[in-house]
Design a binder for this molecule. Sequence first.
Ligand SMILES: Cc1cc2nc3c(=O)[nH]c(=O)nc-3n(C[C@H](O)[C@H](O)[C@H](O)COP(=O)(O)OP(=O)(O)OC[C@H]3O[C@@H](n4cnc5c(N)ncnc54)[C@H](O)[C@@H]3O)c2cc1C
Length: 571
Amino acid sequence: MELKLCCNAAVHHQYSSEFRYPFIKKASSFSSGGHGDPAYDYIIVGGGTAGCPLAATLSQKFNVLLLERGGMPFGNANVSLLKNFHITLADTSSTSASQYFISTDGVLNSRARVLGGGTCINAGFYTRASTRFINKVGWDSELVNKSYPWIEKQIVYRPKVAPWQAVVRDSLLGVGVAPFNGFTYDHVYGTKFGGTIFDRFGRRHTAAELLAPADPQKLTVLVHATVQKVLFDTSGKRPKAAGVLFKDENGNQHQAFLSSSLKSEVILSCGAIGTPQMLLLSGVGPKAELEEMKISSVLDNKFVGQGMADNPMNAVFVPSKKPVKQSLIQTVGITKMGVYIEASSGFGESDDSIECHHGIISAEIGQLSTIPPEQRTPEAIQAYIRRKKDIPYEAFRGGFILEKIAYPISTGQLKLISTNAEDNPSVTFNYFKHPHDLQSCVDGIRMVIKMVQSEHFTNFTQFDKQTTDKILNMSASANVNLIPKHTNDTKSLEQFCKDTVLTIWHYHGGCHVGKVVDREHKVLGAHRLRIVDASVFDESPGTNPQATIMMMGRYMGLKILRDRLGKAAGV
Ligand SMILES: Cc1cc2nc3c(=O)[nH]c(=O)nc-3n(C[C@H](O)[C@H](O)[C@H](O)COP(=O)(O)OP(=O)(O)OC[C@H]3O[C@@H](n4cnc5c(N)ncnc54)[C@H](O)[C@@H]3O)c2cc1C
């Protein structure tokens, strides 16, 4: 079912950034098949959060081809403007920057499909990983500390704190999430304001802008280039990546190849859904599963697609009598109970956005989810959208307090259901399967309720202190996912957590270190194949991961340059 809703992207400027990014071209411009074809030192699949900084860095010394299935982010109003955050997620058309999927758990989710990846559709909050995380993954802290600022000086801003976010700070301090650490990128216990990739005009800056420092002579970026699979040379003992097969925007197929050097590499940066999917499509994964899909096995590895995790998020809606300015995440409470507390408020401020679908955190999703799937016809949805225009503006006043489980133990798996690279695979996260995750949610919701009941909030919203029942009921009745609801949702916090679980879109895993890749992210058992994206993590870094994923792109690029060239790398 494809839904093209109101407020579509302004696409007219799509190819107007040729001066700053002369190396970005449409996939159909690629010529393949001739003897004189260029061979690349690196072919990066996925121009996302990690792929863009990685490509720019490697191009300082090597010939790089970056292939991105989505289009340009520049000039796309849905991507570029904060006020349109919800609209991008709601656009389920095939040209949308966000590709909608529903995990088998019944939770609605999104993955990026645009140059810049998740940084083009996310809530923009920017905050670094803890030192514990950096030590755990074994990264060189000197290089890490050099890589974060490279991102920050190009696309990260200090937010102008919105009133809602200030109340969240005060109420977090009120419930003991202290001290207040002010504005900082660092991961420290207590309450803080973090950075943002939105500037003070509400314009988004994305990982695609990190391509600007690339060497234009050495980098080629193709948009609308959907990679179908990695091509291998299987004549040796171990399969060796040789290149990739991709389709352009007209559906024509092309092949791109690596140079003959043993050090040349195909690097997968397709994200935590795209990369395990790409390995499977390329014949790397559990042999029996591949056989079922009639894919010839290149390398048997039962761990590909395993260990998929998505930090559960539960949100409490807080209505307000007075209008609330739109804000995405600016404040975070880093608690000692394995829960992060964040908040968003208001809806898009453009005239038409109030009439639109507001994405995952919206009553509207709930309305749709009350319709049995087979009756969710385009006509039924359009009728709902028409009715929504009659809902008074006041109904949208308020905001959300969210709690995210920092380290979910529950994990699931990803499996192919089609051999078409454009289709979503089947993904299961098993939210709250482990009782520890459920307990963390209950503890977090208890804290959120105290915050909502505090004077900080009642003074701000001008509503009297509400009962726990009423607070929970408002969120439970919004039906934010496709999970059947229970009558005891407001009596049992466990049931509330299970029934109202959402995603905060920090899914990760599927290609864990030690199982699918080594510590340098090289695919075990293969030559010339590496992975640089969120699929290698068994824990989502920081309170929100984008800072560390962008940093990882830069870091891995610098590391490869240093490893290959030593001092001559000059980095
Ligand atoms: C709605 C939303 C809100 C979020 N909010 C925040 C936030 O506020 N702060 C924060 O820190 N994090 C946030 N996140 C999470 C963060 O954005 C992601 O974790 C991060 O962007 C993932 O980076 P990645 O490099 O692993 O994947 P991506 O950035 O998704 O990159 C993968 C790229 O690969 C491309 N690709 C996939 N398959 C193919 C193929 N076959 N051929 C060619 N290209 C392909 C995709 O189109 C995409 O561009 C949010 C995410 C979402 C979706």
